[in-house]
Design a binder for this molecule. Structure first.
Ligand SMILES: [Zn+2]
Length: 62
């Protein structure tokens, strides 16, 4: 099973998450508590990468 949205406070594996309200994108390592959005304080994240969700990621990688 995979979830494509996670609330802040969730424990997540390393991945990339996009704020569902303002589109802010964060990358995190595996952490026990996903923070709320640093820009708009929204608490709902869309999973872009991680958890086996392998959608093409348009976010530029270095
Ligand atoms: Zn936001």
């Amino acid at each position: 099973m995979k979830k494509d949205h996670v609330p802040s406070g969730s424990d997540v594996s390393a991945g990339t998450f996009e704020c569902t309200k303002c589109g802010n994108v964060i990358k995190v390592q595996s952490i026990s508590s996903l923070p709320p959005c640093g820009k708009c304080h929204n608490g709902d994240w869309k999973v872009l990468t991680g958890k086996g969700d392998a959608e093409v990621d348009p976010y530029p990688k270095s």
